[in-house]
Design a protein around this ligand. Structure first.
Ligand code: PEP
Length: 261
C-alpha cells in the first residue's frame, strides 16, 4: 500500500515571517488531529510544504514536531559556483529540508526550463539525498491536439533518464499537473487525471520494471481544493495532491489533508 503525499506549493508567496506564522499554526493543528498524527506516525501519510528559498529556515524553525516535510521549490544542479541568484541541493539540505520541486510548469514555461535541465536537477537532488518532486504536464493545446500522452511520456522519460530504477521508485515523486489547470480554477476531471497518472505508472513499469511502478508515488496537481480532493484521491493511481493556491490558507490546506484520508 503506497503512502499518501499531500503537499502545498507556496510559489512566490509567504516571506520568512508569514511562513513562520503559518507553520506555527499549521503544526499545532496537525498535532491536535488524532487521525492525521496517527496516519503520519504509521507512515500512511506524508504532509509537505514547499516554500520560497528565503523562508525555508523559518519553516524549519516553526516545524517543532517535525511532522511536516519541508522542501524548496527549485534548485540549480551545480553544488556551488558563479550562478548568481541560484540555490543548490547542499544549501537546501543545510536548512534541514529534505525535498525539492523540480520542473514545475511555471519553471518550464516562464523560465523556459527544458527536459534536459529537469533531468540534471533531479539527478543532482538525488545525489545530495533530497527527494525531488518532478512535475510534468501538458499545455491546453497539447490536450486539444491529442498530444497529452506523448508530451507526458517524453517529460517523464527524459526527466528520469540515466537514474537507477530503484532510486526512481524509492526517491522520486512524480506530479502530474496539466498546465491548463494550474491556478486557473479548472480542474482535470478525476477520471482524466487518473488516466494520465495510470499512463505514467505504466511508463515507469516499462522503463524501470513493475515493482518500481507499483512503488512510485504519483500526485495530481491543478486547482485542487477541499471540495474536489476526495474524488481525486479515490483514483487508483493517484497517491496524493500538489496544491498551490489552496495551500496558502491554513484552514483550506487542513481541509484538503482531512479530505484525503
Ligand atoms: C501548483 O502550484 O503546483 C498548483 C497546482 O497550483 P494551483 O493548485 O493553484 O492550481
Amino acid at each position: 500500500m503506497r503512502r499518501k503525499f499531500i503537499a502545498g506549493n507556496w510559489k512566490m508567496f509567504n516571506g520568512p515571517k508569514a511562513s513562520y506564522d503559518f507553520m506555527t499554526k499549521f503544526v499545532s493543528l496537525i498535532s491536535s488531529s488524532k487521525v492525521i498524527t496517527e496516519s503520519i506516525s504509521s507512515s500512511k501519510l506524508e504532509v509537505a510544504i514547499f516554500a520560497p528559498a528565503i523562508s525555508l529556515e523559518s519553516c524549519v524553525r516553526a516545524n517543532v514536531s517535525s511532522s511536516v516535510i519541508l522542501g524548496a521549490e527549485n534548485m540549480y544542479w551545480e553544488k556551488q559556483g558563479a550562478f548568481t541568484g541560484e540555490i543548490s541541493a547542499p544549501m537546501i539540505k543545510e536548512t534541514g529540508c529534505t525535498h525539492v520541486i523540480i520542473g514545475h510548469s511555471e519553471r518550464r514555461h516562464i523560465f523556459h526550463e527544458t527536459d534536459s535541465e529537469v533531468n540534471k536537477k533531479v539527478t543532482a537532488a538525488l545525489a545530495e539525498g533530497l527527494t525531488p518532486v518532478m512535475c510534468v504536464g501538458e499545455l491546453l493545446q497539447d490536450r486539444e491536439n491529442s498530444k497529452t500522452f506523448d508530451v507526458i511520456a517524453t517529460q517523464v522519460s527524459e526527466g528520469i533518464k540515466g537514474i537507477d530504477p530503484l532510486s526512481v521508485a524509492d526517491n522520486i515523486i512524480i506530479a502530474y499537473e496539466p498546465v491548463w489547470a494550474i491556478g486557473t480554477g479548472k480542474t482535470a476531471s478525476s477520471e482524466d487525471a487518473e488516466e494520465v497518472c495510470a499512463s505514467i505508472r505504466k511508463l515507469v513499469a516499462q522503463l524501470c520494471g513493475c515493482a518500481c511502478a507499483e512503488k512510485i508515488i504519483i500526485l495530481y496537481g491543478g486547482s485542487v481544493k477541499p471540495e474536489n480532493t476526495a474524488s481525486i484521491m479515490s483514483q487508483a493511481n493517484i497517491d496524493g495532491v500538489l496544491v498551490g493556491g489552496a495551500s496558502l490558507k491554513v484552514d483550506s490546506f487542513m481541509s484538503i489533508i482531512e479530505s484525503s484520508l
